[in-house]
Design a protein around this ligand. Structure first.
Ligand code: WQD
Length: 341
């Protein structure tokens, strides 16, 4: 029987939290990561926390030979596919790199899986595929494809590939997980988000203000049609998100082959930028200087998930609260002001 799970991008922020949950649940894990935006340290710390060892392979999903070696050496039963570039702004400047990595890389991965008759994949997608939502909360049936940047388009394109693959071959099972806004860190404070350079996302930037690496937070717009005028998002604790992946694997174990399933991973509750700042200040007693600036191009007013299908299909719900998210994020940041370095 096959027992090993391959996690591509397993050393990254979300990947490391997933690998920890997998090891704790008794899975054997191989991590494939090229460390372009991650550190081997994350997995070494995960191994310490789990008191078990995930195997680390340094390499790329675009490297066929590397994939063949892994699939030849380990009895892989499913792939959790997280590897990819993820900076929205950068993707507009370097579209080819984004399509090459995220799209072409996934084609190579799927071809290699097919060759070794490994036909179970959980794909790390994004609420970005919904573009400007026609209504909120967003259900899995909401319109997709109206993406506003190459990053989002690359995720959408992979979703289409997986859908066609499952339609063409009934042996394939693919769970597409559309993440909302993952934040927070493992409660140990040993693993967390370690962005390279100046962070673009709200919580990583806010954390750098809190440790004095940035002077103030810019709040992008206070004239949105929301309760306090600032943007509203569905923030989800990364540990809840990781647990959602384990439930997706369980679905595969119980029900495969079933074709493609698309599932939102969010809490169903939206918070504004001001509510995030407020919760952070209350929970950590750190003060966050901020000022309002223009809206960030491409941002939408409000976005949050309808989480009911995830509950029905995966028997999974996000459990951790906003207070847990900001407290755990702060524990990680204050214990590791320079990330894994
Ligand atoms: C959240 C809110 C900003 C920074 C993006 C991607 C998505 C996913 C997560 C995946 C918005 C406001 C932000 C700041 C601010 N990426 N903000 N000041 O844009 O919802 O989603 O990240 O890898 O695909 O699109 O997340 O954290 O950037 O912004 O006021 O310095 O915070 O306007 O309302 P976003 P975010």
């Amino acid at each position: 029987m096959r027992t090993t799970i391959l996690v591509t991008g397993g050393a990254g922020y979300i990947g490391a939290h997933i690998v920890l949950e997998l090891l704790k649940a008794g899975y054997s894990v191989v991590v494939l990561d090229n460390f372009s935006n991650s550190s081997k340290q994350s997995i070494l710390r995960v191994n310490r926390l789990a008191k078990k060892t995930a195997t680390i392979v340094e390499g790329s999903i675009s490297d066929r030979e590397c994939l063949y070696k892994i699939f030849g050496a380990y009895e892989v039963s499913a792939v959790l596919h997280l590897a990819g570039l993820k900076a929205v702004g950068e993707s507009s400047k370097e579209p080819l790199r984004y399509y090459q990595n995220n799209f072409s890389g996934t084609l190579v991965l799927c071809e290699a899986m097919d060759k070794f008759n490994i036909k179970n994949i959980v794909f790390s997608s994004s609420a970005t595929v919904y573009g400007e939502p026609d209504k909120i909360p967003i259900t899995e049936c909401s319109q997709t494809g109206n993406t506003t940047n190459p990053y989002g388009t690359s995720k959408y394109m992979v979703e289409r590939v997986l859908s066609d693959l499952c339609a063409a071959d009934s042996g394939w099972s693919s769970v597409v997980l559309r993440y909302f806004n993952p934040v927070g860190a493992h409660k140990s404070g040993l693993i967390g988000e370690d962005p390279k350079g100046t962070p673009c996302n709200l919580v990583p930037y806010l954390l750098q203000v809190a440790v004095g690496k940035q002077t103030e937070l810019k709040v992008y717009g206070n004239d949105y049609p929301t309760a306090d005028g600032t943007g509203v998002r569905d923030y989800i604790h990364v540990v809840d998100l990781a647990k959602g992946h384990l439930m997706a694997l369980k679905l595969i174990e119980d029900k495969a082959p079933f074709g493609i399933d698309v599932i939102n991973l969010g809490t169903g509750r939206g918070y504004s930028v001001l509510e995030i700042i407020d919760a952070f200040q209350k929970e950590t007693l750190q003060s966050i200087p901020f000022r309002y600036t223009d809206r960030r191009p491409g941002d939408i007013a409000a976005c949050f998930a309808d989480p009911e299908y995830a509950y029905k299909r995966l028997n999974w719900r996000a459990k951790l609260k906003l207070e847990d998210m900001v407290r755990d994020a702060w524990r990680w940041q204050s214990k590791n002001p320079n990330g894994y370095n």
